[in-house]
Design a protein around this ligand. Structure first.
Ligand code: ADP
Ligand code: MG
Length: 701
């Protein structure tokens, strides 16, 4: 399937000299962000250097500058091993050049090895950091020691890459240079009119230049080679999205017929009336559903704007038309919560709703699956993992995807590949800037919930130093005595769920000694039943403080909780804090959010906390977040561990994105099945960026 010309790039890095399974795994973790997957040659090629070491300076020993990296041509004079029994003294090799003497210093040295690499009486080129010691320049553990012959071919400017523990620069650098040698010359898929005015090199050349920077300017994302590769990546993504969309448009959708009576029963059962935005969004969705084309709509709405209800209304319409609907939540906790809030509304409207999660008992699972097949269940709520497995519906017509930034190109491709030809409504809380919508969702139609439900008061947000935690606890005692409820979110411990758990358990114990039994704990390691129980007690008011890890970050809805305390707020990102704060302020009561921080605060952390105090406008917060942290983090890529873009950086390449989108459309207009020579060349591009799923659609045509 994959063009043969790309085979060398898809081999495991184990084909490179001196790379075994262990290094291949480490390199996989570094370049693919996954554990257990070996890196392939292409993964190394897409790993970008961020800096460089310049060894071009050759000042001569006497003129060497303390602390600087330089290279010297030394005549090796003498080896001085430390006296036996004194291992703490270094092994010293003296040498000289035209200008003066220089010492090379080695700790824990292997004499035999040094005698071989630094033979007395010969010339060796050494490169490293110079230190002056007792009026003699010396170099401790030179980075390079080479003969004149090897020096002639040694690059004097070395790229520096992001690294991971257990991997040395040298090993990585060598692996990359072998990898670069494997890049074949590929047919050009970009148009001359794109390449020439910008001075962009061809693909192979661009990769060579990416890994052989000669000056700092070569590391700029705006440099010709980097821009070209970024454009390649953006074009591949946009092309994949356009192909998917073309395919979806071709597959005839079904026009759903319904009167809207079921939905009206839901509205009648609500204790409030819909906001204007909700009404508009519902109408837009109804129009989509009635059209004989497939719906692909994004519902954007800030935290607390009431997206769930809009999703439920869409499902009600589809069921009324005689079909089934699925609701995908990002976590089990949320799936359960949604099920619980929807259940009474569904009952009022005569809809049969069920829930299925990965941890359910076999008997429950069997019953639900049978119910789905028999058409006895109208709406299924579950996690998205579940929908990617083989749950068979009798007549699935709509999938609602909740709070899912990561539902990007790959997920879309995966879902469609399962043959699920349904209408899709994606709901997202972080109002994503337009460039990002384009990139991750392609040409989706967008509905927006502009306002919050009536009567919501601004959330009083304060940052308080961790040293004043006792005051916070005292304040909390007072608030609880007044009948309020509070969340207490424990510090985020990056990449260490266990530590996060420990800190949550410790905080729980400490608060329990103050507040007694009215306190609950919820974290990611609990069983679904335990989580349910903890949430239920908090909802009912049996517990009035809920200590939690970030599992409650997204979507949790307990309207009468009015206080949010976040410990070590400086460790969280802006959007995350905004999400957390969005757990309160969900009713007409006055809410507050206390951001505990550990002083002193860094500049970025300070900026983040200030923005939160200034505004509750999710859109502004998202844009600030983008500015402070880059797009990958905004979209939660860090948490999922899956890199979205490997080369492109939207903060720099936004104009290229727009250009790629237009070109992708044009390509498909002219050559819908990508059968021309250029079309075939562009298929290589799709393979290069792992978007081969899209190619299947072309074949199936
Ligand atoms: P989000 O958009 O963050 O997913 P939810 O759908 O969880 O928000 O809704 C937040 C809260 O607001 C819920 O308790 C929900 O019942 C309530 N809500 C939704 N729509 C309205 C409305 N029109 N008026 C008042 N409250 C509403
Ligand atoms: Mg929600």
């Amino acid at each position: 399937m994959r063009p043969e010309i790309l085979t060398p790039l898809y081999q495991s890095v184990q084909v490179l000299p001196k790379i075994g399974p262990k290094l291949a795994g480490l390199l996989g973790r570094l370049t693919r962000g996954t554990d257990g997957d070996e890196a392939r040659v292409i993964d190394l090629l897409f790993h970008r250097p961020y800096s460089l070491i310049d060894r071009q300076r050759q000042p001569g020993a006497a003129n060497a500058v303390d602390g600087e990296i330089a290279t010297f041509e030394l005549h090796i004079d003498q080896h001085m091993a430390p006296p036996p029994g004194n291992k703490r003294l270094p092994y010293r090799v003296t040498g000289h050049d035209r200008t003066g003497e220089m010492d090379l210093v080695f700790f824990h040295a292997h004499a035999a090895y040094l005698e071989k690499t630094l033979p007395v009486g010969e010339i060796r080129y050494v490169s490293g950091t110079v230190e002056w010691f007792r009026n003699i320049p010396q170099m401790v553990h030179p980075d390079h020691i080479v003969s004149a012959e090897d020096f002639a071919v040694m690059p004097l400017v070395e790229p520096v890459y992001p690294m991971t523990g257990g991997l040395s620069r040298k090993v990585f650098g060598r692996a990359v240079s072998f990898a670069v040698d494997l890049v074949p010359k590929l047919p050009e898929w970009l148009d001359k009119t794109v390449l020439e005015p910008r001075n962009w090199p061809e693909f192979q050349q661009a990769l060579i230049q990416l890994h052989n920077p000669k000056a700092l300017s070569d590391l700029e994302p705006t440099s010709p080679h980097h821009s070209r590769l970024a454009y390649d990546e953006l074009l591949a993504t946009q092309l994949a999205l356009a192909i998917t969309r073309q395919k979806m448009k071709k597959q005839k959708g079904v026009s759903r017929e319904f009167s809207g009576n079921t939905g009206r029963k839901i509205i009648a059962a609500l204790p409030f009336s819909l906001t204007h935005s909700q009404t508009t969004a519902i109408a837009q969705i109804q129009a989509d559903l009635r059209k004989p084309e497939r719906m692909l709509r994004l519902l954007q709405g800030d935290v607390g704007s009431g997206k769930t209800l809009v999703g439920l209304m869409a499902m009600a319409d589809v069921v009324e038309a005689g079909f089934q609907a699925g609701f995908m939540a990002p976590t089990e906790l949320l799936a359960r919560q949604h099920f619980q809030t929807m259940q009474p509304l569904c009952a009022a409207a005569g809809l049969r709703i069920a829930i299925l999660t990965g941890k359910d008992k076999q008997s429950h699972r069997k019953a639900v699956i049978a119910g789905l097949e028999a058409g006895e269940i109208d709406i299924l709520v579950g996690t998205h993992a579940l929908f990617q497995e083989s749950v068979a519906f009798r007549d699935l017509a709509l999938i609602v995807v909740d709070e899912q930034h990561r539902f990007g190109v790959h997920q879309r491709l995966a879902l469609s590949a399962k043959g699920i030809a349904v209408d899709v409504l994606v709901m997202t809380a972080t109002p994503i800037p337009r460039t990002l919508v384009l990139t991750y969702f392609g040409d989706m139609d967008v509905s927006k919930l502009m306002e919050k439900p009536a009567g919501r008061q601004p959330i009083d947000t304060r940052s308080v130093s961790q040293e004043r935690i006792d005051d916070v606890i005292t304040g909390l005692q007072r608030a609880l005595a007044n009948g309020q409820k509070a969340y207490w979110v424990c510090p985020l411990v990056e990449e260490a769920e266990i530590l996060e758990l420990t800190s949550a358990e410790e905080r729980f114990a400490a608060l329990k000694s103050v507040f007694g039994d009215g306190i609950g704990l919820v974290h990611g390691r609990m069983t679904p039943a335990e989580k349910d129980a903890a949430m239920a007690s908090f909802k009912s008011g049996e517990t009035r403080i809920l200590v939690a890890t970030t599992v409650i970050e997204v979507g949790v809805d307990v309207p009468d909780a009015t206080i949010m305390v976040v410990e070590h707020a400086e460790r969280f990102g802006l959007s995350q804090l905004h999400q957390l704060r969005g757990r309160v302020g969900r009713s007409t009561g006055k809410s507050s959010c206390i951001l505990l921080y550990k002083a002193p605060l860094g500049e970025t952390a300070k900026a983040r906390l200030n923005i939160l105090r200034e505004t509750e406008d999710g859109f502004r917060i998202a844009e600030e977040d983008l500015r402070l942290r880059g797009e990958g983090e905004v979209l939660g890529v860090r948490q999922s561990g899956a890199p979205t873009f490997r080369i492109a950086d939207l903060q720099v390449h936004a104009d290229l994105l727009e250009m790629a989108r237009k070109e992708a459309r044009l390509i498909l207009q002219r050559d819908p099945d990508m059968q021309t020579q250029r079309g075939r060349d562009l298929r290589i591009l799709l393979y290069l960026f792992g978007l081969d799923e899209a190619i299947r659609y072309l074949k199936a045509g």
